[in-house]
Design a binder for this molecule. Structure first.
Ligand code: SF4
Length: 587
């Protein structure tokens, strides 16, 4: 099924790329689960933080990358519900329909293929994303092609286009509809980081890592941009088109390519760029850079695997992760630590120690995930060989997302006790370290104090725009926390200490804003708490976009005329919404 035969007349074919359908935050027969909403942070990082949970949606970047890099007419439908998907394929004719999905949503892919066959029997169905790693996917869904790994090259080859052409980067914001403490954050140009995707895959090849193994596993990755010069050009383009200076770098181990990162740094210095980057990095790699390089490059936020005390991973060999996190956060670099619950050596007896070890890092954010052998990984192969994988009758595939239960027989943890251990980890992190928002503001204050008098004007400039929110709205959030935690002595002390630090650093203006807005934010938090207790959930809004070729096809105009109009619209939107003073320093 995984054929690479070219689709004849490829570039004239009308293509629809779609994610699977929602709603997502509910239990249903297609594989949605309440515990597995489409909000990355609320799903697996801040899920037990109530109104303090950071909630936002991220577009399907893989589909956006493919759309940007084919010249055939292409329409993107992201997060439709079932009715919207049916409407799309019953009112428009497509030659090729591509569906992207994660493994637990395989039931949705099956349903979508059935609907396509019914309404558009002539369409070629292509399925990709993590779901493609299910070895017998071809017998589960009625697709014509299953694409494992990187999709741009596959689609170009399939359409008869030049698969080696340079990769164009879409200009897209990293997140939408962000919400915290009962308030929806601004969603205008410049408010949210732009997305940057330099590479996919990670050569470290950790045994459980589905992303690494989707793109080749140990020793392998796919670089869309090989050099710092190429990256710099892309970043300048994103800066202009999106009006942003901060970038969410969707690359599993961005700084691993040292030559590329250091050349980017060099170009930023030459051209006096004051950018900031939210990145993913392994501990050993980030430790190999000196502080000044991290600061000047603008590394401001790192998602880092801590995995577990004494875990087998070489990326953590000999690294004192607690000291590393403390040091990074003292530079204003916010760390999101990621810990696995249910490693081979975990038992009901040592689980509390394992959780305490993780919580003791006091990272700004903390992700906890169950050890989960996913198809395509060495961990899955190992369990398959040992006969310790649960059957789908015992654990439905829709539950194999790492936030609910094991899909294998753990040597020591039984009776689905892992569900409670996982919950306990989130709760303890919240109880001991407080809301991530509090920790974020504390780290930003340290960063401001460290960088405000830095000798490099670009670093001072970044410190000014990146940490500006703690002088106003974020200070008000701390003031609201003071009311929230008035009956919790330990947390109250923390909050008051931070508030004093903010007032003494930023003075009367900050004190006044916090005094005025804080009580209002407190009320918003109370309202949010009520909504949450009543079972309120959030769903992403459907996105619908067409590339220039699809717009031209629809309007009957020439492609050149459509491109000129599109460029004028971008220019106009930037003129109407100049970069604001305050950018949201959230990923
Ligand atoms: S270092 Fe992180 S991204 Fe890389 S393989 Fe390991 S878990 Fe995956």
């Amino acid at each position: 099924m995984n054929t690479y035969m070219s689709h004849s007349g490829g570039s004239n074919k009308n293509i629809l790329l779609t994610s699977v359908f929602g709603p997502f935050a509910q239990d249903d027969e297609y594989g949605s689960r309440t515990i597995n909403p489409m909000e990355l942070f609320h799903n697996q990082v801040t899920r037990e933080q109530g109104p303090f949970s950071l909630r936002m949606f991220h577009p399907s970047f893989g589909l956006l990358m493919i759309m940007e890099n084919i010249s055939a007419p292409c329409t993107l439908l992201d997060f439709p519900d079932l009715e919207r998907f049916i409407e799309e394929i019953t009112t428009k004719k497509y030659d090729i329909i591509g569906i992207s999905s994660i493994i637990p949503n395989v039931g949705k892919v099956k349903k979508m293929c059935e609907i396509i066959r019914e309404h558009q029997p002539g369409a070629t169905i292509v399925v990709g994303g993590h779901v493609a790693n299910i070895r017998d996917l071809g017998s589960r869904v009625d697709a014509d092609h299953i694409v494992r790994g990187e999709g741009i090259r596959w689609f170009r080859r399939f359409l008869g286009e030049d698969e080696n052409a340079p990769v164009k980067h879409p200009a897209v914001k990293s997140a939408m509809d962000a919400r915290i403490v009962g308030m929806t954050l601004r969603d205008k140009p410049g408010d949210v980081a732009g997305i940057l995707i330099p590479s996919v895959g990670c050569p470290m090849g950790c045994n459980f890592c589905a992303t690494s193994h989707l793109f080749g596993g140990k020793g392998k990755s796919v670089n869309f941009y090989e050099t710092g010069d190429e990256l710099y050009t892309v970043l300048c383009d994103l800066e202009t088109k999106l009006g942003v200076r901060s970038f969410f770098v969707l690359d599993e181990n961005f700084m691993l390519n040292r030559k590329r990162a250091l050349r980017l740094l060099e170009l930023m210095k030459i051209n006096a760029k004051s950018w900031s980057f939210n990145i993913f990095s392994s501990a050993r790699v980030i430790q190999s850079y000196n502080d000044e390089d991290l600061i000047r490059l603008g590394v401001s936020w790192i998602w880092m695997g801590l995995e577990g005390q004494g875990s087998q991973y070489t990326k953590l060999d000999g690294i004192d992760t607690k000291a590393l996190v403390k040091h990074l956060q003292s530079l204003g670099i916010r760390v999101l630590g990621s810990t696995i619950i249910g490693l081979e050596n975990h038992t009901p007896e040592n689980m509390d120690d394992a959780i305490d070890w993780a919580v003791d890092h006091a990272t700004v954010f903390h992700q906890f995930m169950l050890y989960t052998p996913l198809p395509g990984t060495p961990l899955h192969a190992e369990h398959a060989r040992a006969g310790t994988l649960l059957s789908e009758e015992e654990c439905p595939i829709a539950d194999t997302h790492g936030q609910h239960r094991f899909n294998f027989r753990h040597p020591f943890i039984r009776n689905q006790d892992e569900t409670e251990f996982l919950r306990r980890a989130f709760v303890r992190d919240f109880q001991v370290n407080g809301p991530s928002l509090l920790r974020l503001i504390r780290s930003m204050l340290m960063g401001w104090q460290r960088l405000k008098n830095h000798p490099d004007p670009c670093v001072r400039d970044r410190a000014k725009w990146e940490f500006e929110p703690i002088t106003a709205t974020y200070a008000a959030a701390v003031r609201a926390m003071k009311i929230w935690y008035r009956h919790d002595e330990a947390m109250y002390r923390e909050v008051v200490g931070l508030l004093k630090g903010l007032y003494s650093e930023f003075g009367i203006r900050t004190r006044m804003i916090a005094g005025l807005l804080g009580p209002l934010l407190y009320l918003a938090m109370r309202r949010e708490e009520k909504r949450l207790n009543a079972g309120w959930t959030r769903e992403p809004e459907a996105r619908y976009e067409k590339n220039a070729a699809a717009l031209a096809l629809e309007s009957g105009e020439s492609l050149a005329a459509t491109l000129t109009k599109k460029a004028a619209r971008v220019k106009e939107s930037l003129a109407v919404s100049p970069r604001p003073e305050i950018e949201t320093p959230l990923p």
